[in-house]
Design a protein around this ligand. Structure first.
Ligand code: GLC
Length: 435
């Protein structure tokens, strides 16, 4: 019987828990209609009516080196690209289908170029692979929860052979794990209703992946959807439970713990606007300051953040996303130490910000100034060796003011005469504790 190896697991996820911040990339021919990656499903578009977008797709501006530089400058340490999304279009040169980027006008293996470019920037690389496939003839159509033809009576008696689809899915995953060098993340999306676990022949699939890519880490969606945690958090995880929980568009209010109350490995994925795939009309971008706070929040609760970009049909990351990433990068440049290798502290969330922790260092992320001195809660003064402003390393003096003496578990500091914090988004104080 299968026995989950906790030691091997801890080792496998070490880099991932250190790196904390990654780029999600949703890209495909759905960038042409430009109404998000679910367009075929939401608008009930048939395979035939979707065909023009395949014929037209020609991302002349695709420059994955530029994407990789952008991700790196933002402080991201890894990336995950959609090798195939629900519409079934493959961004790689699969031998098992004609429905692939090498057969479009661009004639390029978009996955290979992405992998080469991101690796060259020293980033870890991952691939997203959709378990759903709305192009494959042997994927359930009528009556399925998501398929574009789910309520089209013409498909009511349509005969399909799901085993053929499984062979295709397994075959493509084998191609990705064999032909593209070392992969760091495999991101499957997603299980629903009875389409979960062994319906995908998940045990067999995971065994194959682990034999070809022994160090890769896998998300939990072969077992669950974005909403479930899966058996990873239980005493006896299944063989296909994956390596991390994948909350989507939400930050778990108190982080995520396993059955023993120990912190679990998780990654929250977010869109920058309201769509994963390119959506020309969606200009609802979150400000960089908010996304910085959300990154800090994830880390302060022991998780990662995977932030999405949806490049357009020409292969450009939207200007708004570039700006957000550049701004985040400026902050990360100065304050990355309070993110990488950091996790939650045992101190309750302060009113004026958040805390992340690494070894004997606590990072107080200040979002709000004070009337006079700034309280750093949860640490007795005698435990503090020193306080520094993280962005420039300058000394921050600990108060000996008589008004502070009533609060022995709080250190009060003051680092300038101005009531305005030096970084309006998040001013980070690095507190070194005595051993
Ligand atoms: C959802 C959507 C999908 C997206 C994914 C990212 O499950 O189906 O479009 O790729 O979330 O987590």
């Amino acid at each position: 019987m299968y026995k989950f190896d906790r030691e091997a697991y801890k080792k496998r996820v070490e880099w991932y828990q250190h790196d904390r911040f990654g780029m999600f990339i949703h890209w495909g021919i759905y960038a042409v209609p430009a109404r998000g990656e679910w367009v075929r499903s939401t608008e009930r578009i048939s395979v035939e009516d979707y065909e023009p977008f395949f014929k037209e797709f020609n991302p002349v501006d695709y420059d994955p080196k530029e994407w990789a530089r952008l991700a790196k400058k933002a402080g991201m340490k890894y990336a995950v690209l959609t090798a195939k999304h629900h519409d079934g279009f493959c961004l790689f040169d699969s031998k098992l289908t004609d429905y692939k980027s090498t057969n479009t006008l661009c004639g390029r293996d978009l996955v290979r170029e992405y992998l080469d470019a991101f690796r060259a920037e020293g980033l870890k690389v991952g691939l997203y692979y959709s378990l759903l496939d709305w192009h494959h003839p042997d994927y359930p159509h009528y009556g399925d929860r998501n398929h574009p033809m789910r309520d089209n009576e013409a498909f009511k008696d349509y005969q399909y052979n799901f085993d053929n689809y499984l062979e295709y899915l397994h075959g493509q995953v084998r191609e990705l794990c064999t032909n593209y060098g070392k992969l760091d993340v495999m991101w499957f999306d997603f299980s629903y209703e009875q389409m979960e676990g062994e319906k995908w022949k998940a045990t067999e699939l995971v065994r194959m992946i682990r034999s070809l890519q022994p160090t890769v880490i896998i998300d939990n969606r072969l077992e669950v959807s974005g909403t479930g945690f899966g058996t990873l958090l239980t005493e006896n995880p299944s063989e296909y439970c994956g390596d991390f929980v994948s909350p989507e568009q939400i930050i778990p209010p108190k982080g995520i713990v396993d059955y023993k109350g120990d912190p679990a490995v998780w990654e929250a994925c977010f869109t920058m606007n309201n769509n994963w795939g390119y959506c020309a009309a969606d200009k609802n971008f979150k400000p960089a300051s908010l996304l910085i706070h959300k990154l800090v929040e994830c880390v302060s609760k022991g998780g990662n953040m995977l932030l999405n970009v949806g490049p357009d049909a020409r292969g450009n990351i939207p200007e708004e996303s570039k700006q957000i990433l550049t701004e985040m990068g400026k902050w990360m440049d100065k304050n990355g130490e309070s993110i990488y290798g950091c996790t939650f502290s045992d101190i309750e969330k302060p009113e004026n910000g958040r805390i992340t922790k690494k070894g004997n260092k606590l990072y107080y992320h200040l979002y709000e100034g004070a009337i006079y001195e700034i309280p750093l809660i949860g640490i007795p003064r005698e435990k503090v060796e020193k306080v520094r402003l993280l962005c420039d390393g300058s000394e921050v003096k600990i108060s000996t003011n008589w008004t502070a003496m009533n609060y022995p578990d709080t250190v009060f500091v003051k680092f300038s005469d101005s009531p305005i914090l030096p970084d309006a988004t998040d001013t980070v104080l690095e507190v070194t504790l005595k051993d």
